[in-house]
Structures are given as structure tokens and as C-alpha cells.
Design a protein around this ligand. Structure first.
Ligand code: FAD
Length: 639
């Protein structure tokens, strides 16, 4: 009854969002036998939900744009904590990846002269987001899937089997990675179960690419859907890899706040990029009061100047509604706290008084539909009510920028599950481009790794017995919740976890509250040992949640420990008790490892920004982020 179906591949990709699909295409194009495993239906991932667009300095709408300006914006957005090599590769390669999608059949919105149109977004100096209305992710996934089908058709013609070198395992969840013993032990496979019938699956493979996305379901109010339980982050930790920057969680400023059943659902930043403004209950455009010093020279001081920017950006500064997300989210939070919120605890986002109804329906069709259907609000005639929602995790697996390799031989990571690229805060649009750039690099990195293992086919045998031992252990721990008669209800624990993270490790943090959260997490981790999910293995959602809960708890502990340790405020980490940004902390990445099931942190230096990159910024601006000794021409470290 516990029979395990076994498979053998060169490269196993866990996750079928943009990162996973792009990685799988790259690995397969290198001739590797590749499996794509997805716990949701094929195509149902966060990538498909992406609305606004993919950032790439194509320079179609403003020729002044270039990879260097994109790099600069990305570092400003991440408050200089980004891995500079990742930010460089991303800015340089994003245009090629977008054009490649077009070559594969993606139909982006167009400029009047027929080039890919680009839209404004927070923190991007020029219009930069390639988009398809407000349904960009759908087109991205559709195109990548089409490319996969094309490769399968080629294999069908050559081998008589479309799955010969690229096969999709949908509704299959990976619960553990298998690794040889010892510090240098390499990855040898992955283990999981089919959601439909609960059958166990074992994939033997020398290379595994994590592309599992984020962790948003650990928080109560979130734009993320059920898949985002931090599985990849936890799999990496348990396999011995490190996560960096886990304290940085992005709260998107504009989620729906009403009705309660849809609280947290995303309202795309495109609403603001296309002219929408934020107002409080007094009708004030309050964002003008929240422009921080580091950004003051780049943002408009009056409504007239801000409004002039949409048509004449060369002679006006940007509206403050288009500050990076962390700034806008904190501003909304303050307005609500000070009693100037909307009736349901948000603020007003108004596009109805800014664009003709027809234009709103054309540019923002999903938003129009979403508000009409879910809240009975017509956004062409009245403002929306919006507030912050947990959206994205900047932290993730520590990887090599060029190959996406983690610290563990054979383990790679790309997309939201990887860390470093976005520093302390991601700019909107930079995720879709990130997952194309680094998804491809992960596929190439894994293929090169397999080749280097020796015989080039990836069939290097693992140590005898290691796979079978690991499989047996995972079967028994996976079945435990089904056998536990009396025990904790996974839904209750999940709910308590979400409240803990939302209330105590949320958008504004205080040391004593984070400590309290860590206590609660410890208690929840103990209760998780005795989860009970009665029923059988056939489509048992309680059992599925029971298997994902330990992941959410482990990852939440990483977030909370790092949030407690970092005594400054930066990007997606705001400490009420340490409100300033510190140039000393800018030099530090907090790196988390799992030791005996608990999180331990280590401080690692952030990679130096090369001189030629520093030259892209004014010295005055750099002085706001860097220590005196780090400034170009500054004092040397010992002088
Ligand atoms: P995903 O696309 O989420 O894919 C993760 C995959 O991993 C899924 O297939 C899932 O089933 C699978 N998986 C997870 N765990 C397991 C497991 N244990 N076993 C097997 N499979 C597993 N970014 C932008 O740049 N521009 C935007 O306009 C934009 N809009 C957004 C709108 C919304 C509503 C949301 C939620 C996000 C938006 N983002 C946007 C962010 C962006 O969509 C995501 O960060 C990005 O899609 C992540 O891609 P990914 O490939 O890393 O993960």
C-alpha cells in the first residue's frame, strides 16, 4: 500500500511557475532528461497571477533607459543590500529574455509604432514594464508552456514519446530532498506524493532546482494563494543550504480590504503607474508627506508637478505614489493608525477621477472585473479601498549569481525562492524578469553540473542505500498525521501561525513582540509533532496542510530570528524600536541554517559593489547608504 513509484532524471525542477518552466526549458535544451514537478495544476502558479508586467530596459518608451539605469533603480529599491552581481546580470539580461518570449509567441501590448509597450511602476525611473493589460503573468506562463509543448513535440517526433526528455508531474508535492551524508554530500533526489491519490513518488536525480516561490501563507493578510507555504525554503534548509535576508518581507501597499472574504487580494501597482492616486479620509493626497530623505530629490513636491510627470517626465519629478513599495505601505499604515483611514481600515485609491472610464476598462480590465465581482465597486466611478498585504519574500536560498547553485552540491534555486537579487525590497516588475533571467541560468547551471559529474549523463550512482533509507523515513513521517487519532488540527495551527506572523512580525516590528512570536512559534512547533488529519490519502487537504505546516513554521522562525537580530529599519524590515537605516548593517546579510531543526543565524558580508557600478551614483546619494570608508575616494577601512 505504501508502494513508491520511482523515476530517474538528470535534472528535477520543483515548481512550474516562471522560474521552474524557464529552468526546465534550459536544462532540456542542453539535452538533459528533465522532470517538472508542481504541487498545483500545471500553469497554476503565482506567475500566472502577475498583473503589472516584467521589468526590462528595452528603452522602447523612453530611449534614455538602459541596463545601467535599471541596475541603479534596483539597488535604490533594495536599499543597497542587493547582491550586486545578481542585480547586474538581471538588468543586463532581462531585455533578451523578454524578446525571447516574444520570439516564442508572447503578445505584449504595443507602442504606436509597433514595439513592446512599457509602463511606469514604482521605483523605476523610466517606463519599463513589458505588459499585457493587467494580465501579464498569464501570457508569460502561456508562452513558456507553449515552448515546453514544442520541445515535447520534437521529442515525440524523434523518440516516439513526448515525455522522453521533458515530463510534467502536476499535482505532485515534494516533501523532502535526498542528500548523501557528510558536509560534501551531494543531492541525489527528491521525494513526494501525488495529491490526487496520495501515492508516493521518488525522483532520483543528481541535480534538483528549487523554483517553489514564496512563503506568504504564513501571514494572515496576503496576496498569495495556497501554494505559498515556503516548501522550497524549508527543503533547502533541511538539505543543509542557507537562506539569506529572511527578515525582508514585502508588504504590497495595495491589497483589497473589503469584504473580509477577499481581504489581501492584490490591487496592481499599475493603477498608480497609470495615474491612480492615494487619498485619506480627509481627501488629502498624503504621500507628499512621506517622501524620505534618500528619495527627496527624485520625487515631486506638489500635485501640479506630480501630475505633469505623466505626460512630460523630462521636466517633472515623479509622483510620490510611485515610491518603492515599502515606503508606500508604511505611509498607508500610518494614515490608518492616525485615524485618517477609510471605513474598512484602508485608504482610498482613486483612478476614477483621473482617467476616462473607457481607458480604465482598457488598461485595467482585471481590476475592473475584480472590484465589480468581489466588492460591488465600479472603479471607473468610485475609489477603491486598499491597505497593505503580505506579497513577496526577498529572502531565500543563498545562490551563486551566475549558476544559481546553492551551498549544497547539486541543489539550485531560482525565482522567489532564491535570495539576494532584490536586497531589502523588490521593485514591482523585477520578479517576472528575475525568474526568466535566473530560471534560465539555473537550468544551464544544473546541466553544466551534471556534465561535470563525470560521465555527462548524470547517472553517477549515489552511495548505496541512502535513497532507500531516506525514502523509508519520509514515508513514515508523512503517514504519521493520518494515523494520529487524537491530535492537533492543522487548520487551527495554521490560523494561529498566521495571526502570530501578521500581528508580531508584520509590517512594523518591535523587539519584544518578535521575541513573543518566537515563543509562540516554538510552542506551535511542538504541537505540530502531533498533528491529526483523519481520512485517507486520496485528496485529503487536511493531510496536505499537515505536511506543509512544518515548512511554514521553520521558515517563519527564520523570518522572526532575522527580524529580531537586525536592529535597524531597511526596505521590507521596519523596526519601530530601531527606526533608522544603519550603514554598518548595510554590509551584513543574515544567513540562516537549520541545526537540529532550529534556526541558527550567521552574519555574512554583503558582496562589494564594484567601483564602476558605484560610479553610476552621485557621491551624495551613496553617502546616505554607505559608510565613510566605503565611499569612492573615501578613507580606507583602516585609515
Ligand atoms: P511561482 O510562479 O509561484 O511558482 C511556484 C511553483 O512551485 C508552483 O508551480 C507551485 O505549485 C510549486 N510548488 C511549491 N511548492 C511545491 C512543492 N512542495 N512541490 C512541488 N511543487 C511546489 N511580479 C512582477 O514582477 N510583476 C507583477 O506584475 C507581479 N504581479 C503579481 C501579482 C500577484 C497577485 C502576485 C501574488 C504576485 C505578483 N508578482 C509580480 C510576483 C511574482 O508573480 C512572483 O514573485 C513570481 O511569479 C514567482 O515565480 P516563481 O516561478 O518563483 O514561483
Amino acid at each position: 500500500e505504501n508502494g513508491i513509484t520511482r523515476y530517474d532524471y538528470d535534472v528535477v525542477v520543483i515548481g512550474a511557475g516562471g522560474a521552474g518552466l524557464r529552468a526546465a526549458i534550459a536544462a532540456r535544451e542542453q539535452g538533459k532528461r528533465t522532470a517538472i514537478i508542481s504541487k498545483s495544476l500545471f500553469g497554476k502558479a503565482h506567475t500566472v497571477m502577475a498583473e503589472g508586467g516584467a521589468a526590462a530596459a528595452l528603452g522602447n518608451t523612453n530611449e534614455a533607459d538602459s541596463w545601467k539605469v535599471h541596475f541603479r533603480d534596483t539597488l535604490r529599491g533594495g536599499k543597497f543590500l542587493n547582491d550586486p552581481r545578481m542585480a547586474e546580470l538581471h538588468a543586463k539580461e532581462a531585455p533578451e529574455r523578454i524578446l525571447e518570449l516574444e520570439y516564442w509567441g508572447a503578445l505584449f501590448d504595443r507602442t504606436a509604432d509597433g514595439r513592446i509597450s512599457q509602463r511606469n511602476f514604482g521605483g523605476h525611473e523610466y517606463p519599463r514594464l513589458a505588459h499585457v493589460g493587467d494580465r501579464t503573468g498569464l501570457e508569460l506562463i502561456r508562452t513558456l508552456q507553449q515552448r515546453i509543448v514544442a520541445l515535447q513535440q520534437a521529442d515525440a517526433a524523434e523518440y516516439g514519446d513526448p515525455d522522453a526528455r521533458l515530463r510534467v508531474f502536476a499535482e505532485t508535492a515534494v516533501t523532502s530532498l535526498i542528500r548523501e551524508d557528510g558536509d560534501a554530500g551531494r543531492i541525489v533526489g527528491a521525494f513526494g506524493y501525488r495529491r490526487v491519490d496520495g501515492g508516493f513518488v521518488l525522483f532520483e536525480a543528481p541535480a534538483v532546482i528549487l523554483a517553489t516561490g514564496g512563503i506568504g501563507k504564513a501571514f494572515r493578510t496576503t496576496s498569495n494563494s495556497w501554494e505559498y507555504t515556503g516548501d522550497g525554503h524549508a527543503l533547502a534548509l533541511r538539505a543543509g543550504a542557507s537562506l539569506i535576508n529572511m527578515e525582508f518581507v514585502q508588504f504590497h501597499p495595495t491589497g483589497m480590504v473589503w469584504p473580509p472574504s477577499v481581504k489581501g487580494i492584490l490591487v496592481t501597482e499599475s493603477v498608480r503607474g497609470d495615474g491612480g492616486v492615494l487619498r485619506n479620509s480627509k481627501g488629502e493626497r498624503f504621500m507628499f508627506d512621506y517622501v524620505p530623505d534618500v528619495f527627496r530629490s527624485q520625487y515631486a513636491e506638489t500635485e501640479a508637478e506630480a501630475d505633469g510627470w505623466y505626460d512630460d517626465p523630462a521636466h517633472h519629478r515623479r509622483p510620490p505614489e510611485l515610491l518603492p513599495r515599502d515606503e508606500v505601505a508604511r505611509a498607508i499604515n500610518s494614515e490608518v493608525k492616525e485615524g485618517r483611514g477609510s471605513p474598512h481600515g484602508g485608504v482610498f485609491l482613486d483612478v476614477s477621477s483621473r482617467l476616462p472610464a473607457e481607458e480604465i476598462r482598457r488598461r485595467l480590465p482585471s481590476m475592473h472585473h475584480q472590484f465589480k465581482e468581489l466588492a460591488d465597486v465600479d472603479i471607473t466611478a468610485e475609489p477603491m479601498e486598499v491597505g497593505p498585504t503580505c506579497h513577496y519574500v526577498m529572502g531565500g536560498v543563498r545562490v551563486d549569481a551566475d549558476t544559481a547553485a546553492s551551498d549544497v552540491p547539486g541543489l539550485f534555486a531560482a525565482g522567489e525562492v532564491a535570495g539576494g537579487m532584490h536586497g531589502s525590497n523588490r521593485l514591482g516588475g523585477n520578479s517576472l524578469s528575475d525568474l526568466l533571467v535566473f530560471g534560465r541560468r539555473a537550468g544551464l547551471g544544473a546541466a553544466a553540473y551534471v556534465d561535470a559529474l563525470g560521465d555527462g549523463t548524470g547517472s553517477a550512482e549515489p552511495e548505496s542505500g541512502v535513497v532507500d533509507r531516506a525514502a523509508a523515513e519520509t514515508v513514515s513521517s508523512s503517514l504519521a498525521p493520518l494515523k494520529q487519532g487524537e491530535g492537533e488540527n492543522p487548520y487551527t495551527i495554521h490560523s494561529e501561525l498566521q495571526d502570530t506572523m501578521n500581528d508580531l512580525v508584520g509590517i512594523i516590528r518591535k523587539g519584544p513582540e518578535v521575541e513573543q512570536a518566537l515563543e509562540r512559534l516554538k510552542e506551535l512547533s511542538e504541537r505540530v509533532e502531533v498533528l491529526s488529519a483523519p481520512g485517507d490519502r486520496v485528496y485529503n487537504p487536511g493531510w496536505h496542510l499537515a505536511l506543509a505546516l512544518p515548512n511554514m513554521l521553520l521558515v517563519s522562525e527564520a523570518v522572526a530570528r532575522a527580524a529580531l537580530e537586525r536592529t535597524e529599519s531597511r526596505g521590507g524590515h521596519t523596526r519601530d524600536d530601531y527606526p533608522e537605516m544603519s550603514a554598518e548593517w548595510r554590509k551584513v546579510n543574515l544567513s540562516a541554517r537549520a541545526v537540529d531543526g532550529r534556526i541558527e543565524l550567521e552574519r555574512r558580508p554583503v558582496a562589494d559593489i564594484p567601483e564602476e557600478m558605484l560610479a553610476l551614483f552621485d557621491r551624495d546619494e551613496l553617502a546616505k547608504y554607505l559608510t565613510e570608508a566605503e565611499l569612492p575616494g573615501g578613507r580606507s577601512a583602516d585609515g
